[in-house]
Design a binder for this molecule. Structure first.
Ligand code: PSV
Ligand code: MN
Length: 426
């Protein structure tokens, strides 16, 4: 299904007067700021959609499918991300997971994606599940495994993923390992680290010059005693030892409770080793909930440090880091959930762009704690939805993406076209 430009225009026309009133109010409120450049940054900012988030997720207790219409193959996944991008203008990339999304004809896929204005974001390897027909099992880890043949199989898989990525025009590989141990004594930590490093070095040497490798960390699950890339310190250690193409990837759900993620982000940026993000939200663990649905202030604080740190290094916000959602949708329509996540991310980014950096820096220099807090909370408590909507309007997208999605009955159309299908992959 495609959403036509005239459907978007008709929808926008019906909402335009109310939007203009709200936007004019913001223009007046923020007249001391160059709002035009903020809007341009919002227009440029794109958040990749993971191919595995387009179907209903589940937990180990079960999965409750939505009405249907889930993408049955990689082409339909691209089509779904195309729908999101048409609606919000900010979802201009898809991130594939191999072997869930093995491309048969890369050139055709490239054309299909570019027709929707989409790029191929980081490629994801999978050595956390055994694949049918594989010679070796990852039950006791992949790149860390005590058995060299298992490590070799996992290395070769990652090199395969890089090759698929090259054919599609991607320029990054994300490695997330489930490797670790479930019980004390199971693993020699140092040897597990050394094996993993050696394996990552082999994969790293297969990376094209202009590619990045993202080393994603996670505190626990599926291993519950130790994880071999368990936190940002360990990821940074691997990335530093690997070389300049290797970076740490921060998934918001992969920390122990109450971790100060904004501080982690600030220091990784300082070291030039922050590579990318997986956005989601959580209350208890790696809950993979909609970005901004539980802790919107944390999301804003993270963006506040991202913007400050990227500006300090002269980095391009849109291009120099990999931005991606990594969420799961157990009880909502995945496409609506993804629209909500993108909106929350854009709002947090907009709020961070409007923080009065000069005043904040002065307050920090003067140890004026209350003033510093006021400055941050002043922008956080400002309703910037009309600013983000204005960016969408200028990008040719919808003023109210979920409103238009529902008005056009997109899910019903997809069910009619595809039947009561479940997505391939996770
Ligand atoms: C692991 O929890 C993770 O966050 C990694 O990014 C995986 O690639 C993704 O989820 C899908 O399982
Ligand atoms: Mn992730």
């Amino acid at each position: 299904m495609n959403i036509e430009q005239n459907q978007i225009e008709k929808h926008n026309d019906s909402l335009l007067t109310a939007h203009q009133r709200r936007f004019a109010f913001l223009q007046e409120e923020w007249e001391h700021v160059d709002l035009e450049s903020v809007i341009q940054k919002l227009v440029d900012f794109q958040i990749a959609i993971p191919s595995w988030a387009l179907g209903t997720g589940g937990t180990r207790f079960g999965r409750f499918a939505i009405a249907g219409g889930e993408p049955r193959n990689i082409e339909e996944k691209i089509e779904d991300v195309g729908l999101l991008h048409a609606l919000n203008g900010s979802s201009g990339a898809i991130s594939l997971h191999i072997p869930w999304d093995i491309p048969q004809n890369a050139e055709e896929l490239r054309q299909l994606a570019s027709g929707y204005g989409l790029k191929f974001d980081a490629m994801n390897s999978n050595t956390f599940q055994d694949q049918a027909g594989s010679a070796h099992s990852y039950k006791f880890g992949s790149l860390q495994n005590v058995n060299k043949d298992v490590r070799k199989q996992a290395i070769e898989h990652n090199i395969e993923v890089i090759k698929h990525g090259i054919a599609l025009g991607s320029d990054a590989l994300t490695v997330w390992l489930a490797d670790g141990s479930c019980f004390p004594g199971q693993l020699n930590f140092r040897r597990a680290f050394e094996n993993t490093l050696e394996s990552l070095q082999e994969i790293y040497s297969a990376l094209p010059e202009d590619w990045k490798m993202f080393v994603e960390y996670k505190a626990f699950e599926p291993n519950f005693y130790s994880t071999t890339v368990g936190d940002w310190g360990q990821s940074l250690l691997y990335a530093s030892k690997l070389g300049k193409k290797a970076y740490t990837l921060v998934d918001l759900g992969h920390h122990l409770p109450n971790a100060n993620i904004e501080q982690i982000v600030a220091l990784l940026l300082m070291e030039g080793k922050l590579g990318g993000f997986h956005f989601n939200d959580s209350k208890y663990g790696d809950d993979d909930l909609t970005a901004g649905s539980i802790k919107p202030y944390q999301l804003f604080l993270i963006f506040n440090d991202l913007v400050e740190g990227m500006d300090a290094k002269g980095m391009n916000h849109a291009r120099d880091l990999g931005w991606m959602i990594d969420a799961s949708h157990n009880v909502k329509d995945p496409l609506e959930d993804l629209l909500q996540s993108v909106e929350a991310i854009m709002i947090a980014y907009a709020q961070a762009l409007l923080v009065d950096r000069k005043a904040l820096s002065e307050a920090q220099q003067n140890n004026d704690v209350a003033k510093a807090q006021e400055i941050l909370q002043n922008t956080f408590r400002s309703d910037l939805r009309a600013l983000v909507a204005e960016a969408r309007l200028r990008a040719g997208a919808a003023l109210l993406p979920i409103g238009l999605y529902r008005y056009l009955n997109v899910r019903n159309t997809l069910v009619n076209q595809r039947g009561k299908t479940s997505a391939t992959g996770l």
